[in-house]
Design a protein around this ligand. Structure first.
Ligand code: KG4
Ligand code: ZN
Length: 347
């Protein structure tokens, strides 16, 4: 089975072709192989605004997508007619971009008589790990990205149980705000991680929202405010002080996320903890979760960083998981700016 995936829900225009065996992975083997992929990051288009501008993003997707699809096909040595399906992010996300991606996918599917699959972007993140490593259902998932922060039990495609989520900000947003505040640039996560190198993680005491409280919810607004207050006290031009604040912030976030995961492990009794989404690329977080996993005797699986941030291989892979179950979407699928993971079994 070979599927083209298209991702356009935020500021990455991406296309990928993933190949897989038709049979479901009975023994938990990963069956996917990325045959070709292209990601065009729009960072430069949005940089001077300090965040993603939806209108600019939609136009940039429109300009780039056709070319990226052509390049992935060429690299894989395939033609559209050789494919078994076309999957595109159908939401949630910035609606202009999602429209560009789904309309392109529908047109290609219609013209070549191929099945079309509308993939929930969060399901793409949630299943991406199985493209890279043998992971059997069910598993506990910490999904941490720019717009989302939640803990879920993943029982299978379209089958998720939400254990908790953020009551205010997403954790990626918190990284992005911190970076903006400190003038480190955009996107904030990698910038904060770089700036924290050599900093002391215990230099700046910061609050740990909901620390040791029961349940699996998250809260980051208090932490965000504390970082803002600490930032105003920094001596101008003191890079060591910036490194200390970034290292302290990053360690606090990792501690808070690990604390919530510990509760989720108790609740779900899962033997595998998977971390996905853009923030999962953070090395301090990965190391902190590895400590938790080894203390609990569970397996931690973190996809390679390039699969954690937005990409189209995860969308193609989710398309494959759905197509294997016979789940196809009709061409009247309406792109969705909001689309909770709860209701996902074939639209
Ligand atoms: O999954 P993603 O690429 O897009 C969304 O679906 O939101 O996640 C993007 C988020 C951004 O907030 C970005 O700052 C954060 O992931 N991020 C990181 C790192 N790389 C990306 N956060 C912390 N450390 C990183 N290395
Ligand atoms: Zn994402």
């Amino acid at each position: 089975m070979r599927v083209l995936g298209i991702e356009t829900s935020c500021d990455e225009t991406a296309a990928a072709i993933v190949g897989a065996s038709d049979a479901p992975p009975g023994d938990g083997r990963p069956l996917g192989r990325i045959l070709a992929q292209r990601v065009h990051s729009q960072i430069r288009e949005h940089q001077r605004f300090g965040g993603v501008v939806p209108e600019i993003a939609a136009r940039a997707h429109l300009e780039r997508l056709d070319g990226l699809v052509r390049e992935t096909l060429d690299e894989a040595g395939l033609r559209l007619g050789d494919l078994d399906g076309i999957a595109a992010t159908g939401g949630p996300g910035l609606i202009g971009g999602v429209l560009v991606g789904t309309m392109t996918a529908k047109a290609l599917a219609f013209a070549h008589d191929l099945p079309f699959v509308a993939v929930n972007h969060l399901e793409g993140h949630a299943l991406s790990v199985r493209l890279a490593e043998p992971v059997a259902f069910p598993y506990l998932l910490l999904l941490v990205s720019g717009g989302h922060c939640q803990l879920l039990t993943v029982r299978g495609p379209g089958d998720f149980e939400r254990l908790g989520g953020t009551v205010d900000d997403a954790v990626g947003e918190c990284f992005d705000k911190t970076a903006k505040l400190l003038g480190l640039g955009f996107p904030g996560g990698p910038a904060v991680e770089r700036a924290a190198e050599g900093g002391r993680a215990d230099a700046v005491p910061l609050p740990r929202p909901l620390w040791r409280k029961p349940g699996c919810d998250f809260s980051f607004s208090g932490l965000k405010t504390a970082v803002r207050l600490a930032a105003t006290k920094l001596p101008p031009g003191d890079t060591r002080a910036v490194a200390d604040l970034c290292a302290s912030f990053q360690a606090t976030v990792a501690d808070v996320l690990a604390d919530r995961c510990a509760n989720a492990l108790d609740m779900s009794r899962s033997e595998t903890l998977v971390v996905a989404g853009g923030v999962a690329a953070n090395r301090v977080l990965r190391a902190r979760l590895a400590v938790l996993a080894s203390a609990r005797g569970v397996r931690l699986v973190a996809p390679p960083p390039a699969l954690c941030t937005d990409n189209a291989a995860m969308i193609a892979w989710a398309g494959i998981e759905r197509l294997r179950l016979g789940w196809i979407d009709t061409l009247d699928f309406a792109p969705r700016p909001r689309w909770p993971l709860a209701r996902l079994v074939a639209s």
